[in-house]
Design a binder for this molecule. Structure first.
Ligand code: FAD
Length: 462
């Protein structure tokens, strides 16, 4: 009898614990269920189209294929088990509250039918419950948590792709219910906004490893100092590959460790990968992370409702070049540099006094790496209401941040071409340029000093 390998956020063949388990048991059914209960943003959908196509191709090269179904996960799995006589269903864990509920329901339903249901470690260095304080409680601060992770030593060594896997044939009744990737309608329809994404990204496991290899061979040198400069291609660009599980955090850890470099660059990079694990753990321990302030005093924050300002922020038309460059990079490529993510998030939640959830929702729709843990975790961090958060009174000034991290204005000139000809001294404050200020670029939508004072007053009212 076959085993169903249920793929979710782990679209890879290498270092896939559940796939290895399935392959060792006998014939395998490789399944993906496109379930509307797990809604995706536009950029994620675009990515998923490429990701499923690549996985199907990779499975084809081993003599298999990806079975794709659409609809409720519980119903589809239950029906498929009946049709195929599968004796086991295996998967790698995910940590969001709804995902865990669905997995628990399915496990219980399968066990009641005498079918084995087996879950395996998800895409983290260690499972969330393995890293605990001495009292057995979740850590709330990153540094001691990261120290505890490091004290645990190396994460599990990555598994190779299973060799000589046999694949179960598709029964005729099942064939009628399987769909092809294009049937999922994941690509933009009326307006093709995805040209920039196509130009920048290649979803799939092969592309993930090409990127990891070149990062480890070249860019990791100098990462600790260059990672803050958005004009430099200094970071790995691995975030969407991690989001969709084309590469595992364990593979990244071991690839970096194998360099034997062990200096501040590799340490800094691995601690960033650690922040991702910390965000996943936070989602596991605080399931409301995506919707609720982790610090409840923020529940009475007098957020402003200003649709015009929100639209200007989304469109990259705030009149602050570093903000507008970041928001346009996001729209065009589905990604934004981390330093700039922090600056635009601070601007929205502080100068514009807008609820972080509005920003997180926009990011969720436009990021190719939109992640149910990292996205709200970082928004709450910037807004001051999260775990180990930046204090609310730390308000980034977009002009001085631009001058510090994009001193020659290279990043701004790339994404905000209408001001590209301004001299360096005005590139982050075009309104000061007087007669040489270019027409067509908006004046600032908020006064920085006024916005800052308003934000601090709101925060003090809590
Ligand atoms: P690198 O610098 O190469 O880092 C390597 C990996 O470490 C990344 O791929 C990522 O998985 C992880 N990482 C790095 N920084 C962080 C961080 N602060 N938090 C969590 N993981 C991190 N990252 C997402 O993956 N998905 C999101 O939805 C997301 N939303 C964010 C929202 C805001 C407001 C902010 C400030 C940050 C957000 N980040 C998010 C974190 C970070 O900006 C991206 O992970 C990073 O820019 C990805 O680029 P990279 O792969 O080149 O990073």
């Amino acid at each position: 009898a076959p085993t169903i390998m249920w793929f979710r956020d782990d679209l890879r063949l290498m270092d896939n614990p559940a796939l290895c388990d399935a392959a060792a048991r006998g014939p395998v059914i490789c399944l993906y269920i496109h379930d509307p209960a797990f809604p995706l943003g536009g950029a994620e959908k675009w990515w998923l189209h490429g990701a499923l196509t690549a996985l199907d191709h990779d499975l084809g090269a081993c003599g298999g294929r990806l079975w794709i179904m659409a609809g409720d996960s519980r119903e589809n799995l239950s029906w498929l088990v009946g049709q195929t006589g599968a004796e086991a269903v295996v998967w790698n864990r995910r940590y969001g509250p709804h995902a865990r509920q669905v997995d628990a329901d399915i496990k219980a339903a399968l066990k009641a039918r005498g079918i084995d249901a087996c879950s395996h470690p998800g895409n983290m260095l260690h499972e969330p419950w393995q890293v605990r304080t001495k009292q057995g409680t979740p850590f709330r601060v990153f540094t001691p948590w990261w120290r505890a992770v490091q004290a645990m030593g190396a994460p599990l060594p990555p598994l190779p792709a299973p060799v000589r896997t046999t694949f179960a044939p598709v029964p005729p009744a099942v064939a009628d219910r399987l769909v092809a990737v294009p049937d999922l309608a994941l690509l933009p329809v009326r307006t093709d906004w995805a040209g920039g994404l196509r130009g920048q990204w290649q979803p799939g496991e092969a592309a993930a490893h090409a990127r990891l290899d070149s990062f480890v061979a070249e860019q990791v040198h100098g990462y600790a100092t260059r990672r803050e400069l958005p004009a430099q291609p200094a970071t790995s660009g691995l975030s969407p590959y991690l989001r969709f599980g084309h590469v595992s955090a364990r593979q990244i850890w071991h690839a970096v460790d194998a360099t034997g470099q062990g200096d501040q660059d590799t340490a800094c990079f691995l601690s960033e990968v650690g922040w991702r694990d910390f965000a996943q753990s936070t989602l596991f321990d605080f399931p409301d992370l995506g919707t609720t302030n982790l610090r409840s005093e923020f529940n009475s924050m007098p957020w402003r409702h200003d649709p015009a300002a929100l639209r200007a922020w989304q469109a990259g038309k705030t009149g602050y070049p570093i903000i507008d460059a970041g928001m346009r990079e996001l729209w065009h490529t589905g990604w934004m540099h981390n330093r700039v993510r922090m600056i635009v998030a601070s601007f929205l939640t502080k100068h514009l006094l807008t609820d972080w959830r509005a920003g997180a929702a926009w990011f969720a729709d436009t990021l190719v790496d939109a992640d149910a843990a990292s996205n709200p975790f970082n928004w709450q961090w910037v807004a001051g209401c999260g775990l180990d958060a930046a204090p609310y009174f730390r308000i980034f000034n977009p002009v001085s941040q631009g001058e510090k991290f994009d001193p020659a204005g290279e990043y701004v000139r790339k994404w905000v071409p209408e001001i590209a000809r301004l001299p360096d001294k005005y590139i982050h404050a075009p309104w000061k340029a007087g007669s040489v200020a270019p027409a067509g670029y908006p004046p600032p939508i908020v006064d920085l000093a006024g916005g800052r004072a308003r934000a601090l007053a709101a925060w003090k009212s809590l």
